[in-house]
Design a protein around this ligand. Structure first.
Ligand SMILES: C[S@@+](CC[C@H](N)C(=O)[O-])C[C@H]1O[C@@H](n2cnc3c(N)ncnc32)[C@H](O)[C@@H]1O
Length: 282
């Protein structure tokens, strides 16, 4: 890396493309551009306009440390403390799940479900970075949103992302042992749903870096859905709806069964853009 000193952006891109490829990274160019953009605090277009910009010693030092972390397979979002969700930039750190592009569809489904409601009350359970609740709050100023999470550190991130929004607030709560006050028009949740037995199978990027409390319920992947059915009568309005993200394969059907056993008749499975059942609206 010493030889990188006095290198221009374009030199670094060319070098890293070869280097990352040799290290078996799938998208070397995207990776290095993302890291450079974060170090220089510039956007994608600026990278192309500033190909001849020579990095300062400090910028190079930061880039070098970013590259070293990435080589250990730390996700880019944690290295750069940023993630895009539904076109908005979120602050992210290792205390929260990295918002997934698949989850963005929850925003569309929720807004459609609430289209005829006036000042709907929304509960976002397991809010993490706050990406679901905050995106809804910033797009719909009439929504009144409460985000809850068991993790203080996740709530710090959510509050940081909240900015000046006044229609969303966050509280600490263990939903498996406590019940939120009030009744909601919609309960939205992307809970930890990876069964403990599948945990060893998930990739090192995820398993080694993302918070375990955000990934698995330490059981069969159904704990949260069963709990929601135990408390739903207390926290949902009579005409309220529940919108849940679910996993792959049999998981959506298992969750659907839990809802049907509760006596909920109208349970819709909604597919993501890959054609997989990923959401339940009931
Ligand atoms: C899969 S993450 C979802 C984060 C975010 N909503 C998203 O979609 O990117 C699940 C979240 O549930 C939280 N969580 C785990 N156990 C919880 C509990 N018992 N009560 C409340 N929140 C919990 C975790 O801290 C984590 O932030």
């Amino acid at each position: 890396m010493k030889s990188l000193k006095k290198f221009r952006i374009i030199d670094l891109i060319n070098w890293a493309e070869v280097y990352f490829k040799a290290k078996k990274f799938e998208n070397p160019r995207i990776e290095i551009e993302w890291l450079i953009r974060s170090v220089l605090k510039i956007n994608r277009i600026d990278i192309y306009l500033k190909f001849d910009h020579v990095l300062s010693d400090q910028e190079l030092k930061t880039l070098k440390s970013f590259i070293q972390r990435r080589l250990k397979r730390e996700p880019l979002q944690y290295i750069t403390n940023s993630c895009e969700f539904y076109g908005m930039e979120y602050f992210i750190n290792e205390n929260v799940l990295i918002p997934r592009p698949e989850t963005e569809m929850i925003i569309d489904i929720a807004e459609k479900a609430l289209i005829n409601k006036k000042t709907p009350k929304v509960l976002d359970i397991g809010t993490g970075s706050g990406c679901i609740g905050i995106t809804l709050a910033s797009r719909n100023k009439d929504y009144d949103i409460l985000g809850i999470d068991i993790s203080d550190k996740a709530l710090d991130v959510a509050n940081r992302n909240k900015d000046n929004l006044s229609n969303i607030s966050f509280i600490k709560m263990d939903i498996l042992n406590q019940t939120p006050k009030g009744e909601y028009d919609i309960i939205i949740s992307n809970p930890p749903y990876i069964p403990l037995k599948d945990f060893p199978k998930i990739t090192k990027d995820v398993r080694g870096y993302e918070p375990m409390v955000a990934l698995t319920d330490q059981a069969d992947g159904l704990t949260f859905y069963k709990r929601y059915m135990n408390i739903v009568d207390n926290i949902l309005k009579d005409d309220g709806q529940i919108l849940l993200e679910v996993g792959l394969n049999q998981h959506p059907l298992e969750v659907k069964k839990i809802l049907i056993e509760k006596g909920i008749l109208d349970v819709k499975l909604i597919k993501d853009l890959n054609g997989d059942n990923r959401f339940i609206l009931a």
